[in-house]
Design a protein around this ligand. Structure first.
Ligand SMILES: C[S@@+](CC[C@H](N)C(=O)[O-])C[C@H]1O[C@@H](n2cnc3c(N)ncnc32)[C@H](O)[C@@H]1O
Length: 283
């Protein structure tokens, strides 16, 4: 992923109001941290704008933990830093790449790598780096999503395309292309396989959950921020002619998505979006 992409990611992350519930689940994972972790160094790798870092530091710094946060995106990191500083929490925020961690071997008792390993070009190498900086017996917590995470979003886009008059064959091809392009490399179904290459003990905690969206505009805004929809709006073309994407006026797409969401909420009272998410605990 290009560095400029990370800034876009920040903006999208801001709109991910559903991240809050995920982070509540993640806090329960801290029970897997070894008891001595409360008094020892821990790393939040790929900390983003600090959504999890903040509750983590609030809870563990008063117990004597020394918390370090790292991210590849300067914009995200400075936001994370501002947030911890605003609360007087002494967290070191370091600009860096998980594939070349600027830390000694065995420097941490606990390392977090939540919702970002799927962005990393060399996953094997990144996981080996995370292992390297953990002391023997230390714990890695790595949260990610499954293949079907929020699959209902695709159905909404599909219906919006039909409503714009796109043929069923073209819709099927477009969605298959979009799903393949957006497929995650590190997922709930294959994460253990990747982690076992560097860790001996790996288990997965799943957090089945469902969003009940009752407001139209936040969901429309989120749908518009999806990569696939952005590409459509940009009139991007796939290399294969059969998949060439339509170029639509932004207003047409917004209107179509809004109509679909409004109708669903009017008829069913909400749009249900299932979340397939969880976290690996690796030692
Ligand atoms: C979706 S955010 C997740 C933030 C945080 N872990 C959380 O759960 O709220 C993904 C973050 O991973 C960072 N990231 C992506 N690739 C990275 C890499 N190779 N090294 C460090 N950070 C990376 C991005 O800059 C972004 O801030």
């Amino acid at each position: 992923m290009e560095r400029s992409e990370f800034d876009k990611l920040d903006r999208v992350e801001d709109r991910m109001w559903w991240f809050a519930a995920l982070h509540r689940n993640l806090m329960t994972l801290l029970r897997w941290a070894p008891p001595e972790a409360a008094n020892s160094p821990m790393l939040d790798a790929g900390c983003g704008t600090g959504d999890f870092l903040l509750p983590l530091a609030r809870r563990l710094v008063p117990q004597g933990a020394s918390v370090i946060a790292l991210d590849l995106a300067a914009g995200s990191l400075s936001q994370a830093q501002a947030r911890v500083q605003a609360e007087g929490l002494p967290v070191d925020c370091i600009l860096g790449d998980v594939e070349a961690l600027p830390f000694d071997d065995h420097a941490f008792d606990l390392v977090l790598a939540n919702y970002f390993l799927y962005h990393v070009p060399d996953l094997d190498h990144a996981i080996a780096e995370l292992r390297r900086v953990l002391r023997p017996g230390g714990t890695l917590l790595a949260a990610t999503n499954g293949q079907d995470h929020m699959h209902e979003l695709w159905q909404l886009v599909e219906q919006a395309l039909f409503r714009l008059g796109v043929s069923p064959q073209r819709v099927t091809a477009l969605l298959a292309h979009g799903r393949a392009a957006g497929a995650l490399s590190f997922r709930l179904d294959n994460g253990a396989h990747w982690l076992h290459r560097s860790f001996t003990d790996v288990h997965l905690e799943r957090y089945p959950d469902e969003l009940h969206v009752t407001e139209v505009e936040p969901l429309v805004a989120y749908l518009l921020s999806l990569w696939f929809v952005e590409q459509m709006l940009a009139g991007a073309t796939a290399s294969d002619d059969a998949l060439a994407m339509h170029s639509f006026e932004q207003s047409q797409v917004v209107e179509s998505l809004r109509h679909i969401v409004q109708e669903r909420i009017r008829v069913e009272g909400m749009v249900r979006i299932s979340k397939e998410t969880g976290a690996f605990v690796a030692r």
